[in-house]
Ligand binder design. Structure first.
Ligand code: ADE
Length: 252
């Protein structure tokens, strides 16, 4: 998957995209057994909207018409930036897929695991992260992005929201996680019937007088699996009963 990000703050992405699983997912993998190289599962490309301004001071925003607080990002640099990204050629001049354009905004559809699973199937995703009060609505109407919110609270810009989405998408691309990890059983995933996850334990077997549930040390995989399913159900009942109704109706 190719991920493009149009933003006024590309530097905000460096630490997150350059760490941990997101970093590893963008690196090719060498198979030690035969030396073959497997392509990276994704690549990240940040674009500064300010580079597409046509005024001498590289100003991107103006006060809102009608008055009010904050500044509004103007149409022209956003439009030119997104179009440049859409038209960019890949290595060796190959034409890239058009991709899905996503605008991060509190007015968007609230992001969830199901949407992440769908998005993880895309070949290319382009994020448009606004900052300050908003982006001029006319360029949004012209570009017709999918509008996504990461929750009912307001951030200073779409950058953190884009990073949250990227993390939740990339971990679902086959090959992004090592063998030892799996996104399949994550909370909210289809594999977990969209319930919360079960509790997890590691060594030592006793800590501060607290024991690890004995079934987990029994070696009986069927019993362990059943225990985990029941734990997930009880966890969900106690903390997120709203998810249970949905899971039950899916079981029917
Ligand atoms: N920009 C500001 N707040 C946001 C949110 N909650 N989700 C997505 N983008 C945003």
């Amino acid at each position: 998957m190719r991920i493009d990000i149009c933003t006024l703050f590309p530097e905000m992405f460096e630490g997150v995209l350059g760490s941990s699983i997101l970093k590893r997912a963008a690196e090719p993998v060498v198979d030690k057994s035969d030396g073959s190289v497997r392509e990276a599962v994704c690549s990240y490309h940040t674009w500064n909207i300010r580079d597409y301004t046509t005024n001498r001071h590289q100003k991107v925003d103006q006060p809102p018409y009608g008055g009010g607080p904050g500044m509004v990002i103007q149409c022209q640099p956003v439009f030119d930036c997104v179009n440049a990204v859409r038209e960019v050629k890949g290595d060796d001049g190959v034409v890239l897929p058009k991709g899905r354009l996503i605008h991060l905004t509190p007015q968007g559809k609230v992001w969830d695991q199901k949407m992440a699973e769908e998005m993880a199937k895309e070949e290319r995703v382009i994020f448009l992260a606004g900052h300050y009060e908003a982006i001029d609505q006319r360029v949004i109407d012209e570009l017709e992005p999918v509008e996504v919110s990461i929750g009912d609270y307001v951030l200073s810009g779409g950058e953190l929201a884009a990073m949250v989405m990227i993390d939740s998408i990339v971990r679902l691309i086959p090959g992004a996680l090592g063998h030892e990890e799996s996104a399949h059983q994550d909370s909210f995933s289809e594999g977990a019937n969209r319930l919360l996850d079960c509790s997890h334990y590691t060594r030592p077997a006793t800590w501060e007088g607290r024991e690890v549930p004995s079934v987990l040390m029994s070696g009986n995989h069927a019993k362990i699996e059943a225990w985990r399913r029941e734990e997930a159900l009880q966890n969900t009942k106690a903390r997120r009963p709203d998810l249970l109704g949905e899971a039950e109706s899916r079981d029917d």
